[in-house]
Each structure stands twice: as structure tokens, then as C-alpha cells.
Design a protein around this ligand. Structure first.
Ligand SMILES: [Zn+2]
Ligand SMILES: [Zn+2]
Length: 356
């Protein structure tokens, strides 16, 4: 009878790989190789991670970015020798800050594979350094790189609300995108409007078009040659000047002999409500060039319907507690809230909830 035993540790066993027991085989023959200095990179500004030489995906949190970056560093550098068809599982254990710009992240590797017809496995703890740095995109931003200026203007100075709303829209559009140059490199408040300096001309154009789609108005584009790059190509700087339409949502205007309220604006077209006939209609925005502004929704006074008799509506306004009557065939009810606008010595009932 032949006794089988491990030539290294002497242990007897059924399962031998060559002349070694699985434990000794793993210890002597299986090599999990990683460079001594394993390092991942995370952008400290936007939490992008460097993966195979490219900056990718912005993580939800810095912790997640550090974990992912260390994981990538291991995955890209790990070599397993001595096993056929090795499978590697990498489990994150913890990360701690080791300097103001460095983290050390620990992982457990679970390696499994075949050797001499047997399946062997081993586990090992490894550490990866993760350095906080700036990604290409944030570096450009830090150096105030920009390709385009998006100017936001109006025919009258922008109101505080308009400034805020439009700026919010620009910022959220920039943030939503993950391309390299999707950033605002600077921002200037001017008396006449707001200027955004954007990393990407393509994105600036998209946002300008989005503004037109949402608020009406126009965009004019101009370019300026600012230099030549290393490959001899002209470097252009773009200006997209977005101008809000002459009228805004809620404005009351005189158009010939009609008095109308602006209900909506989009892509060069305006929806209006004739405040006398209560009919709504649309016009190309250009047709408003001669319109006269009588007032805007901000000047309106709140009021309440206090009586409805046939087509005559009685309304009590909340500022001076005066009563007004309108002969308008609208199915309003007592208690409904409405808004009134005084202009040129007359009082207008603005679009009600039934008409907006
Ligand atoms: Zn052994
Ligand atoms: Zn970044």
C-alpha cells in the first residue's frame, strides 16, 4: 500500500497536487502579485475616479470614490500565477485618511482556481493608496479655461427672480452632464444681465437653445479667433447671447386696440389671452415688436369673487377692499381667487385658473 504525503509538511492526505498538499501548494506555487505601491486617484473637486487612464463617473460621496478608486487600482494591477482559471473577489474593508491628500483603503482578496485537478482558494488582505487630486476637467476649470460665454440679457434689466431662475437652470444643466468640459469656469453678474463662462461651447449652445425653448426669446452667436493650438488649428471663442423676449409670462400688453395677457412663450411663439373677449390665441413673437407694456403679473393685486349673477362677476380686491364688476361669461364661483391689474386708469381681470 502506497502512502501519500506532502513532501513539504509531511501531512498525509488524499488530495495531493504534485507532491504537495493544497495548503503547501498555495503557499509555494500560487502568487498573488501586486505592485508594492498601489495607487488610485480621485478628483477632490468633483469626485471623478481615474480608471484605466481615464477620468470616469462622479461618485455620490468621497467615501464611495475612494473605495472605487482603490478597487480599480487593484483590479488593473493584479496578477495571479499558479492557478488555472483564477477567480478573484475583492471586498472593501475600510479606508482611513493618512494625510490631507491621501487615503489608505484595505480590501480582502478571495482567490480561487484550479491546480492539478483540485480547486484551491486563498484569501489575502491588501492595501491601496488613494490620492486626492484634480481631474482634467477640474484642472481646466481651476485655470479658468472656457470655450464660450453664455450671456443672458433682457430688454429691461433682469429682475432678481429672473436672474435666479435662469441661473439655476444653467447650473443644473451643467451639473447634469458628465462630459469633460461640462463646467462653469466663472460667472459674472452685470447690470444688464448675467454671463456664464463655460468649459464647453457645445454645451453653451445647447443651454442657449434650451432657454429659447423654455422662455422664448432669441440667441445670437458670435465667434472670435483667440489663437492657434499645438496642432495648428484655430482656437475660437464663442459668445452665445441669449435675449429674453420683449414680453414675459404674465405681462399685460396693448396690441393695437386689444389688451392681452401673455400666457406662454416658447420657440418664437406667444400665447395671449384677450382680456376683453377672454379668448386665447397665438402669435409669432416678432409681431410683438410694437406691443406696449401696460403692466406685469408682479403688479397685480389679489382679489376674490364675492358674487356671480349671470355673466356679471363681483370681485373684492384685498389691498383697498374695493369692489369691481366684470361682465365676463366665465363659470367662476364665489370664493375663487383672482388677480386684478390697474393700468391706464382701468382695472383688468387677469387670466383666471380657468384660463391659464
Ligand atoms: Zn503540505
Ligand atoms: Zn474633477
Amino acid at each position: 500500500m502506497t502512502r501519500r504525503f506532502c513532501v513539504r509538511c509531511g501531512r498525509r492526505g488524499e488530495k495531493l497536487i504534485g507532491a504537495l498538499c493544497p495548503e503547501c501548494y498555495v503557499e509555494r506555487e500560487v502568487k498573488v502579485e501586486l505592485p508594492r505601491q498601489l495607487r488610485g486617484y480621485v478628483c477632490r473637486e468633483c469626485r471623478a475616479m481615474l480608471k484605466r487612464g481615464r477620468w470616469e463617473r462622479r461618485a455620490e460621496s468621497l467615501e464611495e470614490a475612494v473605495e472605487e478608486a482603490g478597487f480599480s487600482a487593484i483590479e488593473e494591477n493584479l496578477r495571479v500565477r499558479g492557478l488555472s482559471q483564477p477567480e478573484v473577489g475583492i471586498a472593501f474593508l475600510e479606508a482611513r485618511r493618512s494625510s490631507p491628500r491621501d487615503y489608505t483603503a484595505r480590501y480582502r482578496l478571495e482567490v480561487r482556481g484550479g491546480a492539478g485537478g483540485e480547486e484551491v482558494e486563498l484569501s489575502r488582505e491588501v492595501e491601496a493608496g488613494v490620492r486626492l487630486t484634480l481631474c482634467e476637467s477640474c484642472q481646466r476649470r481651476a485655470s479658468r479655461y472656457y470655450e464660450a460665454v453664455l450671456q443672458i440679457r433682457a430688454h429691461a434689466p433682469l429682475t432678481k427672480e429672473e436672474r435666479e431662475e435662469l441661473s439655476r437652470l444653467v447650473r443644473s444643466e451643467v451639473e447634469r452632464r458628465s462630459e469633460d468640459k461640462a463646467f462653469i469656469s466663472s460667472y459674472e453678474e452685470r447690470r444688464e444681465g448675467v454671463d456664464f463662462y463655460l468649459g464647453s461651447a457645445k454645451l453653451a449652445k445647447k443651454i442657449a437653445n434650451l432657454l429659447v425653448a423654455r422662455y422664448g426669446g432669441t440667441v445670437t452667436t458670435s465667434t472670435k479667433l483667440v489663437g492657434v493650438d499645438e496642432s495648428g488649428r484655430n482656437v475660437l471663442r464663442y459668445t452665445f447671447a441669449y435675449r429674453l423676449p420683449r414680453v414675459r409670462r404674465g405681462d399685460v400688453i396693448r396690441l393695437g386696440d386689444r389688451v392681452c395677457q401673455v400666457l406662454r412663450l416658447s420657440r418664437g411663439s406667444v400665447s395671449l389671452l384677450d382680456l376683453a373677449t377672454r379668448r386665447s390665441f397665438s402669435l409669432p413673437e416678432k409681431k410683438l415688436a410694437k406691443a406696449e407694456l401696460l403692466g406685469s403679473a408682479e403688479d397685480a393685486v389679489r382679489a376674490m369673487v364675492t358674487e356671480v349673477v349671470k355673466d356679471r362677476i363681483q370681485v373684492l380686491e384685498f389691498r383697498d377692499y374695493k369692489t369691481f364688476y366684470f361682465d365676463i361669461p366665465l363659470p367662476l364661483r364665489v370664493g375663487d381667487e383672482v388677480r386684478l391689474l390697474k393700468a391706464e386708469g382701468r382695472v383688468y381681470l387677469l387670466a383666471t385658473h380657468l384660463e391659464e
